[in-house]
Every structure is written in structure tokens, then in C-alpha cells.
Design a protein. Structure first.
Length: 158
């Protein structure tokens, strides 16, 4: 006709919606692949955090109740460390309150730090009275409180 070369026909591209580009499809797919990979690990960490939180809260509540009511093992320990009876009641109340507060997502950090601070206080009193075996006995409880704080509350939205 006019001497213009005729181009061979190209295969048609699959049609996409106008607002989606090829890169976002691949990033979205990558996001879902990563999410699927991390999902079992995230679930495991939430379950671990929940189990450790319950163990820590039960141990703190039991110790706080014993301090509050002056049961013999707690009473003997705190009297050896030079804590008076009103101090024992106050420390028991703070430990018990910390145990309750750690169970609630909104007050988790306050309760966790209160529990860790009480354990650290008892540990420092043990070291002040040069009771090294007693101080070493408090270390696992301090580490448990710190691990629970590190993992966070399992029901909190981050």
C-alpha cells in the first residue's frame, strides 16, 4: 500500500487491573510467603510467652500470698534478711499486685517491672547479708521475669 513494513503480530499480554503493577504482585506474594513461613514460629513464641507468663504469675502470686500472710518459710527468709513485719506485708502486696498486673495486657509492663524489682530487691538483700546460695537461688526467678518481659504479653497487639 504506502510502502510501510508490516509488523508481525505479537502475542497479547495478560490483562491486569489498571491500579496493580507487576512489582506489587510479586511483593505481595513474597509478603504472604514470608508470613506463611513465620506464622508457625510466631505461634510458637506466643504459646511460649503465654506459658512462661502463667508460670511466672503463679509463682509470684504464691510468694506474695506467703509474704502477705506470714507463712513460715517466707517469714523466716525475710526475717533473716532484716525485713520487719510491715515491710514483709508491703513487699508481699507489691509482689501479689505485680502478679495480677502481669496477666492483663494493658498493665503488663508495670506488673512485670514490679515483679522483677521485688526479686532484685530480695537478691540484693541476700548479697548484702553475704548469703551467696540464697542469691543464686533467686537468679532463675529474676531471669524468668526478664524473659517474660522480653517476650511480651501474648495477647497484646504490637
Amino acid at each position: 500500500m504506502l510502502g510501510l513494513p508490516i509488523e508481525p503480530s505479537r502475542p497479547a499480554r495478560p490483562s491486569r487491573p489498571a491500579n496493580v503493577c507487576a512489582r506489587s504482585i510479586s511483593l505481595r506474594g513474597l509478603y504472604y510467603r514470608i508470613l506463611a513461613f513465620l506464622s508457625p514460629m510466631a505461634l510458637f513464641l506466643k504459646l511460649l510467652a503465654g506459658a512462661l507468663l502463667l508460670v511466672s504469675a503463679m509463682l509470684s502470686a504464691r510468694q506474695g500470698w506467703a509474704m502477705l500472710h506470714g507463712q513460715p518459710p517466707a517469714l523466716e527468709l525475710l526475717q533473716r534478711l532484716g525485713v520487719s513485719r510491715p515491710g514483709q506485708v508491703a513487699l508481699g502486696a507489691v509482689v501479689l499486685l505485680g502478679a495480677v498486673l502481669t496477666l492483663l495486657p494493658a498493665t503488663f509492663w508495670v506488673g512485670g517491672y514490679a515483679s522483677a524489682a521485688c526479686i532484685l530487691l530480695i537478691l540484693s538483700l541476700q548479697l548484702t547479708h553475704r548469703n551467696l546460695p540464697g542469691a543464686v537461688g533467686e537468679l532463675p526467678f529474676l531471669l524468668l521475669a526478664l524473659v517474660v518481659l522480653y517476650l511480651g504479653h501474648p495477647l497484646a497487639r504490637h
